[in-house]
Write a protein that binds this ligand. Structure first.
Ligand code: AMP
Length: 447
């Protein structure tokens, strides 16, 4: 017999909101997490976006607020959730508001890139739940608009992405502001050593919860790869969108300017599209997301960071216009379709520079992605195709954080890192074989 929300000891007011949203059964992360949170334990959760983890922490927190009402105190939240991006923060706050619609409580979201005055005014009203991105939170704490002395529950969401985005110092400063007596919930999609170390500074005797590893999640998605020349990718995208009847399509581009160009080209072809990335104003990002959610635009073109946390139901197709440099991002990206059990499609464009990236992705998901050659732009991969991923791979295999390295691929001496330094310890046979192969090609005059 499957578990119900009822058997998870959530009160009637929450159950009613869940029924209204047609949630019938808890997802695995909810089933595991909710009882621990209700019992007051700290939790360390390994779960990706798309698994229902927001409700996994929001529901028991709301239950706690509903069972223990208190008079509101200006500037003093009882629950603090920190998230790496504005989009994710907004969505978490919306989830609290939706699940808690029949409970007497207030929530507020604060993030940078917009004026602080409306946020300061909202904090004066004493919302019980505050969702925040780290920078603006610290700013407002510094100015005396927030104090965390009365905090009861602290949640950190997408901790791995938080570190990737360079927020570690901010996170540590926030932790220093928290009262010692509190409940802490820590969620991350991956658990590298740096994350485990950070968690150990926040959690006390945590209960560990984990949901299906990414490789199983992606199996539900109908994935295809199209081999195509770089110069034909825009044509191929238009071809797919013109032949793919309906539904929302999320397109991933490697760079901000590429995202703009792709969206502009689609709009010119009569396919309503918008781009979303870090250089867009907050207003433009929110508008693009709303237009996408409402179906006013069919295609949203995003970079990885901007897309993080986008929770739009009914994304039918994910297109990797550019393959991600980090194999893990592939799983995050295609997970935007097939959310909470739905099925979805993902198409990846692999050009003459991306064969190595594709191989890394396939190794990571432990399956090969079927090739779709039934389109007019098919290009058979060739032995002489260059491999853009080699540099990044070798850096990764030396155990360094690729972000910490020099972004334009230069080593400490300012030289290109590609081939000059010989075979350093720690590099795989595969990398050195590839390098040798390339050197042989160069020696024989082929490039
Ligand atoms: P999350 O992983 O929190 O981003 O949630 C992913 C999506 O699943 C969101 O659209 C939620 O509204 C939805 N969702 C979460 N829990 C459930 C559930 N128990 N039943 C159906 N949908 C859910």
């Amino acid at each position: 017999m499957s578990i119900t929300f009822n058997s998870l000891a959530l009160g009637d007011l929450i159950q009613r909101a869940l029924r209204e949203r047609q949630y019938t059964t808890p997802s695995p992360i909810q089933e595991q997490t909710i009882p621990y949170v209700l019992e007051g334990h700290d939790v360390m959760g390994c779960a990706q976006t798309g698994t229902g983890k927001t409700a996994a922490f929001a529901l028991p927190i709301l239950e706690h607020l509903s069972q223990n009402p208190k008079r509101r105190t200006p500037k003093s939240p009882r629950v603090l959730v920190i998230a790496p991006t504005r989009e994710l923060a907004i969505q978490i706050e919306e989830s609290f508001a939706a699940y808690g619609t029949h409970i007497r409580f207030q929530s507020e979201v604060i993030f940078g890139g917009v004026g602080q005055n409306p946020q300061v005014r909202a904090l004066q009203k004493g919302p019980e739940v505050l969702v925040a991105t780290p920078g603006r939170l610290l700013d407002l704490i510094g100015q005396g608009h927030i104090n965390l002395r009365q905090l009861e529950v602290f949640v950190i969401d997408e901790a791995d992405r938080m570190l990737d985005m360079g927020f570690i110092h901010d996170v540590r400063k926030i932790i220093a502001e928290l009262p010692t007596k509190r409940q802490s919930l820590f969620f991350s999609a991956t658990m590298p050593d740096s994350i485990i170390e950070l968690a150990s500074t926040i959690l006390t005797q945590p209960k560990h919860v984990e949901v299906t590893p990414p490789a199983t999640t992606v199996e539900k998605i109908d994935q295809r790869v199209c081999h195509v020349a770089k110069s034909d990718k825009q044509g191929l995208l238009t071809h797919f969108l013109e032949n793919h009847d309906e539904g929302l399509t999320l397109v991933f581009a490697g760079m901000k300017h590429a995202a703009n160009r792709i969206a502009e080209n689609l709009s010119k072809k009569g396919i309503p599209a918008a781009a979303i990335h870090g250089n867009k104003s907050q207003t433009a990002r929110v508008r693009a997301l709303e237009d996408f959610r409402s179906g006013k635009i069919r295609v949203l073109v995003a970079t990885d960071i901007a897309a993080r946390g986008i929770d739009v139901k009914g994304i039918d197709l994910v297109v990797n216009f550019d393959l991600p440099n980090e194999p893990d991002s592939y799983v995050h990206r295609i997970g935007r379709t097939a959310r909470a059990g739905a099925e979805g499609r993902a198409i990846s464009f692999c050009d003459e520079l991306s064969q190595g990236l594709l191989r890394q992705i396939e190794k990571n998901i432990r399956m090969s992605v079927p090739v779709d050659d039934s389109h007019p732009f098919h290009r058979e991969p060739q032995a002489g195709d260059k491999d853009e991923s080699l540099q990044k791979q070798s850096r990764r295999e030396r155990g360094s954080n690729p972000r910490r390295g020099n972004r334009n691929g230069r080593n400490r001496n300012g030289n290109r890192e590609k081939t000059s330094s010989g075979n350093r310890g720690g590099q795989s046979a595969n990398t050195s074989q590839n390098r040798n192969r390339r050197r042989r090609r160069q020696q024989s005059g082929k490039t």
